[in-house]
Design a protein around this ligand. Structure first.
Ligand SMILES: [Ca+2]
Ligand SMILES: [Ca+2]
Ligand SMILES: [Ca+2]
Ligand SMILES: [Ca+2]
Length: 388
């Protein structure tokens, strides 16, 4: 569930480090920063990105990515073994300045951290400016980040109900140098609120975006009465350390940022995961198309993008040939695959399709031959493969 050389930076309202379902050793708290302080109208930056007592938007995003998995408590984060860099860019009461300079500084902070520490990075941003906005400084910093292999994931926004379909994607989700993420219902149908238009890459499941209509994403709330309690009440299935009503495209973007963190965790097997355009191609090409309503037309469309982001398919695309799932392709994989095919050996990890080294849709003896060619005869490496 992620590699410790990968850092996920979240830019949002404040965050926490003291939650029963967070591994504090994975939180780069002392490296975090707060660009705003307690009041966005008079910013007082400091080095403590802690959430205000009654805000929780950042914590909710944090939980989706970072909450402990298989730890017998709470929820399951998607990339809990990656490090988390908290960068606060809204105030302690949920106020956002929308002064582009603040967000440029926050993005620049993440970029410098990645370069200074030599770590792989993905940035999760559940915010943006309304369709038609453009700030050249934001465009520039994100373009530079992409050139360093840093993926900036942005939600497409919740303005879909107010303008015609295809014209509601927020900036900078609209940029080709970001991954733009919309929201769909758990049924697969689109949410009318979900920002749509040029630049959307994929969608992820989420709930409604206003708490009184109750979204349905369960994630972390600040411990006890802090956080969104009691405004958003704890649900029957949770206590006040969790929230089950997170929603909107805000809840969708962190899911895709997590998938990218998992892809970047395959760096040793697939160094291309540090090339933004290839990373974006993998996210787009592994998405599930045709899963939704009439707006989900074949191929890219402005409402679903390329479709529903899928962690399993994205990862499977980049690990063909590594049949024992140890992040290297070597003789052991050849032996493992032969044992599987001819001696009732253990199953391929995580799925039989990982053995399809030549990407022809079958896992057979020809794939053993392909791996022998690759390892010993200068043949091609297993390619990134989207046969499922
Ligand atoms: Ca957990
Ligand atoms: Ca709480
Ligand atoms: Ca292997
Ligand atoms: Ca094959």
């Amino acid at each position: 569930m992620g590699d410790s050389n990968v850092v996920v930076a979240i830019l949002d309202e404040g965050f926490i480090y003291n939650h029963e379902d967070l591994d504090v050793s994975k939180i780069l708290w002392s490296s975090g920063y707060d660009f705003v302080g307690d009041n966005y109208k008079t910013p007082h930056p400091d080095n403590n990105p802690i959430s205000g007592d009654s805000t929780n938007h950042g914590v909710a995003c944090q939980g989706i990515i970072c909450a402990g998995t298989n730890n017998q408590i709470g929820i399951s984060g998607i990339a809990p073994n990656c490090y988390f860099l908290p960068i606060k860019c809204a105030d302690d009461f949920g106020g956002w300045s929308w002064n582009p300079l603040i967000y440029e500084n926050a993005l620049s902070y993440a970029l410098h951290y990645s370069i200074n520490n030599g770590c792989s990075m993905v940035v999760s941003c559940s915010w943006g400016w309304p369709n038609g906005s453009f700030y050249s400084n934001i465009d520039s910093i994100i373009t530079v980040m992409a050139s360093w292999g840093i993926a900036c994931v942005f939600s497409t926004g919740n303005l879909g109900e107010y303008l015609p379909i295809g014209n509601t994607i927020k900036f900078p989700a609209s940029l080709p140098s970001t991954i733009g993420v919309g929201a769909i219902k758990k049924t697969g149908d689109h949410w009318a609120y979900s920002g749509s238009g040029e630049g959307i890459d994929v969608v992820a499941p989420s709930g409604y975006y206003r708490y009184y209509d109750a979204g349905d994403i369960m994630t972390l709330d600040q411990m006890g009465q802090l956080g969104w309690n009691p405004i958003y009440t704890a649900c029957a299935i949770t206590n006040d350390n969790y929230i089950c009503t997170f929603g909107g495209t805000s809840a969708a973007a962190p899911q895709v940022a997590s998938i990218i963190a998992l892809l970047k965790s395959e760096y040793s097997l697939r160094p291309e995961m540090e090339v933004f355009t290839i990373l974006k191609m993998v996210i787009d090409s592994s998405a599930m198309d045709g899963i939704g309503d009439n707006y989900d037309s074949v191929g890219w469309d402005p409402v679903y993008g390329y479709g529903l982001a899928n962690a399993f398919r994205a990862l499977l695309a980049v690990v063909r040939g590594d049949v024992n799932n140890d992040k290297i392709i070597n003789i052991i994989d050849i032996n493992y695959l032969l044992n599987f095919l001819y001696r009732n050996g253990p199953p391929l990890q995580p799925d039989v399709r990982v053995g399809d080294a030549d990407c022809d849709g079958r896992t057979v003896i020809l794939d053993v031959g392909y791996l022998i060619d690759y390892l010993y005869k200068g043949g091609p490496k297993p390619q990134i493969c989207f046969k499922y």
